[in-house]
Design a protein around this ligand. Sequence first.
Ligand SMILES: [Zn+2]
Length: 111
Amino acid sequence: MYCQNCGEQIDDNAEICIHCGVRVKRDSYSQKDQNILAIIGFILSFFISIAGLICSIIAYRNREEYRHNYKNFAIAGIAISSIVLAFIVIEIILSVVFMIGILPPIINSGI
Ligand SMILES: [Zn+2]
């Protein structure tokens, strides 16, 4: 884990930081093992990509708290949701291009 005072990496069981000498705070911050958000983000990335992307980014940002557990899920969630979102954006662009392509005849026909 990382010292909350100086940010240096220290032993998970350390009571006092060897770098700055400050007592390591033992709160829930360093006790988390399962980065549930990374799993949720990974699953959501397939179905609700924006939510999956947000969850995965938050999970990835919090990776230090979870001692890098499930970090790969967060990375995979970011990658998958980004790809899915890219396809959605391409689809929207193609739809707009298609709409522009078919609109003039409709306008010309007087509807
Ligand atoms: Zn320290």
